[in-house]
Design a protein around this ligand. Sequence first.
Ligand code: NG6
Ligand code: CA
Length: 531
Amino acid sequence: MIGPAVWSCLMLNCTDTMKTVNLLKTVPLTGVALLVGCSGSPQKPQKPNVIIIYADDIGYGDLSCNGTAAVSTPNVDSLAEHGIRFTNSHTTSSVSTPSRYGLLTGQYPWRKAGTGIATGDAGMIIRPEQYTLADMFREAGYATGAVGKWHLGLGDKAGTQDWNGTVSPALADIGFEYSYIMAATGDRVPCVFIEDGKVVNLDPSDPIQVSYTTPFVGEPLARDHPELLRIHPSQGHDQAIINGIPRIGYMKGGKSALWRDEDIADSITVHALDFIAEHKDEPFFLYLGTNDIHVPRVPHERFAGKSGLGPRGDALLSFDETVGRVMKCLEELGIDDNTVVILSSDNGPVVDDGYQDQAWELLGDHRPWADFRGGKYSAFEAGTRVPMIVRWGDRYEGVVSDALFSHIDFFASLAALSGVEIPEGAAPDSRNALDVLTGEDLTGRDYVIEQNVNSTLSIMDSEGWKYISPSDAPAIEFYTKMELGNSPDEQLYNVSSEKCEKDNCIDEFPEKAAELKKMLEEETAKGVAAK
Ligand code: NG6
Ligand code: CA
């Protein structure tokens, strides 16, 4: 493993590596240090590029490098072989919108109202005045781009977007100079890509209309016309029909702009690669949100039937290919050594998420949640413990880190990496854990705080003790067969023990529960959004 001074060195365009190591041993890793060259004279900074590949709904056990997958993800595995594979990394939430909010703002989503799963016509949840991760990278002199799944709202207020003109405010107003995004999810209208605030391939003579309240006259609905569907819902998803697939929300028009579901991953990947190539000569930050493996799972024909696990497994192969293409592109451009690639997921796995796609029937031995209880939506461990890999050129060889890490800390950690001082009040919950991301610190945080789909809060410490706050929300969601982890009683588990979250042991360890509860209360005392 390489120490911080050498990483700093490798960020510089140096001819004499050893000299630089010696120099940098006495210079702290800051933006100033980055401006000092081998000879001590100022030179062009070579700050590392940063790519966050944020998967959708990929569980800890879905990737073959984590040991419980019945599908092979060789490109991801290669990332792990040449990087650091984290075993104890946590999102702030077990669903998408709040997790992404926490990642991009450094504020816990439960502190801000309206951060639950967003509709496709939600107003922009992160407001222009808020300092974001992208703003931070801009300040550090990076080109910034967001490509793929967004799911954090667009425009000023729900339902007021001008889908036929320029949607505003949009990502450019929160630090992303370039964006090519899906407004929400694959199963929510509008089913179009939006590039820099404008719907791609829109024919003005066929304007788009979107509503989450009122169906459009003349547009057949999935609930009334099952004969028009090529995939059927198992739950919900009974409104607009786009490409023979039932969706959430109503939509009319925009035919020329509609995505073809089989091409979503390619469209996202190609735009990501274009962004990388365009900015190869300057530092860049790319937030790459894949649509894989969210429902509806309709991967490209070249993956159909290839995993043996049905569309869910095939979508994992598609995700893996995206990872491979990104890495190949970096190598071909000769910038792989100066690019930090972070791979993770927005929440844990779900098998049936509302479409009859045979995910349970074909699951076989595959265990998306690995050895953890629960999954997407849940307060139990698999809801938020997600796969994570960091690769930075060839600085690491198959390091495995059990450090406790929260995605809330990406913000301050990457600010430290890029030498930016976060303004007072911004990213209030984010701590600098750069040493964890670079493998220097194998211990990590003292605790992580998480929320489930019902905003039930839990806290877990570095020994695996987990306290879940009481909640009157349902214990189980029937259609996903998911244990949500809610209980009217306080719960205490130890996820590191063999029993692994099996029995509520609060009566056995009341002091531990009280200690964790107090830690959680200290955090919530700083502010919780009204429900
Ligand atoms: C749920 C949807 C599910 C998925 C989820 C959001 C139904 C029945 N279920 O309400 O399919 O879209 O929302 O997933 O509509 S997330 O990963 O983007 O948070
Ligand atoms: Ca998700």
